[in-house]
Write a protein that binds this ligand. Structure first.
Ligand SMILES: Nc1nc2c(ncn2[C@@H]2O[C@H](COP(=O)(O)OP(=O)(O)O)[C@@H](O)[C@H]2O)c(=O)[nH]1
Ligand SMILES: [Mg+2]
Length: 320
């Protein structure tokens, strides 16, 4: 029944009861960002709070999806349930995932303990940065304890999203220059754990030294948590148990130090601020149309009124 209805509360209830198709539809509904999405968001927010997010980020081709798949395989041997949100802002119409991701993730398609979703934003007012936390809250609300978020670590918005996880893993490759690129992209600041993936190739030690040098120059090296630098081979799973140990170690560390609470509060405050800003922008576009707008523009152009006074006129009685 829930498959056919779009009514948010019925969909939400079905998703919470473990109906995967309903969960997928609930996420699609959230991505649209309309009134029904608002209602879904309200339902999810009141129920969540126990899930933990792990961000996996890095340049395209670094091996994030391969590594994510290996991480899933590893945690599933212990029976841990996991959800994956793969974010690819470059292809909103295909649902976000490139074919390679799809194929790799098929390995887990029949495992009920794994839920994989790629994100698209379609009409969402706030774009990816506001759609992502809502999708995460939905996965959290239905009881997914671990939520892995794969993001491409290029571009300001993407790096911002990547840095919003509870634990952020930055994936680099061996060889000269990769860490320099990562540093430029702003990935060094958000890293809780570094992974040198494709460690079957030459140059692991050079990359490790590069990262260490950059850490020395940044504040990170002097924080209570010094990001470990690990080596993995995503395609064989080598190094993945140690990576997962580092993730759970970081979780325990920030849980104990109060940093987890601080991070989450900071994220919520930022999100709230962004929602207000986006809604005001949206309202501004609505307001700047029509007759009054046209005539005020004419007044400004003919110097009967200055731009700031004209804006005051436009903003009279405007709510968002
Ligand atoms: N040699 C080698 N290749 C890898 C490794 N991990 C991933 N790859 C390959 O690197 C390519 C990009 O991997 P993918 O996971 O799609 O990267 P993403 O864009 O970061 O998600 C694919 O061809 C993978 O098979 C690894 O550890 N060693
Ligand atoms: Mg990928």
């Amino acid at each position: 029944m829930a498959r056919r209805t779009l009514e948010p509360s019925a969909l939400f209830a079905a998703a919470c009861a473990g109906d995967r198709a309903a969960l997928a539809r609930a996420l699609s509904l959230l991505e649209r960002g309309d009134q029904a999405a608002r209602e879904m968001g309200r339902l999810a927010y009141t129920r969540g709070g126990t899930g933990y997010t792990v961000g996996i980020t890095g340049a395209p081709g670094a091996g994030k999806s391969t590594l994510t798949s290996a991480v899933i395989r590893h945690v599933r041997t212990a029976g841990t349930e996991v959800a994956v949100l793969a974010i690819d802002p470059s292809s909103p119409f295909t649902g976000g995932a490139i074919l390679g991701d799809r194929v790799r993730m098929q390995d887990h398609a029949t495992d009920p303990g794994v839920f994989i979703r790629s994100m698209a934003t379609r009409g969402h007012l706030g774009g990816l940065s506001l759609a992502t936390p809502e999708a995460i809250r939905m996965l959290d609300a239905v009881g997914r304890g671990w939520i892995v978020v794969e993001t491409v670590g290029v571009g300001q918005v993407e790096v911002e999203i990547a840095g919003k996880a509870d634990t952020t893993v930055v994936v680099l490759n061996p060889g000269w220059g990769d860490s320099v690129q990562a540093n430029k992209a702003g990935l060094m600041e958000i890293a809780d754990i570094f992974v040198i993936n494709k460690a079957d190739r030459k140059g692991v030690e050079e990359t490790r030294r590069d990262i260490e040098q950059m850490l020395e120059l940044s504040d990170l090296a002097h924080d209570a948590w010094r990001p470990p630098i690990l080596a993995t081979v995503g395609s064989t799973g080598e190094g993945v148990p140690a990576l997962w140990d580092a993730v759970t170690g970081h979780r325990a560390f920030i849980g104990g130090s109060g940093e987890l609470t601080r991070r989450r509060e900071h994220r919520l405050r930022e999100e709230l601020r962004e929602i207000v800003a986006r809604r005001l922008e949206h309202r501004a576009r609505e307001v700047c149309t029509g007759e009054r707008w046209e005539s005020l523009q004419a007044d400004v152009l003919e110097r009967r009124i200055d731009p700031w006074s004209a804006a005051d006129e436009m903003l009279k009685g405007v709510g968002a």
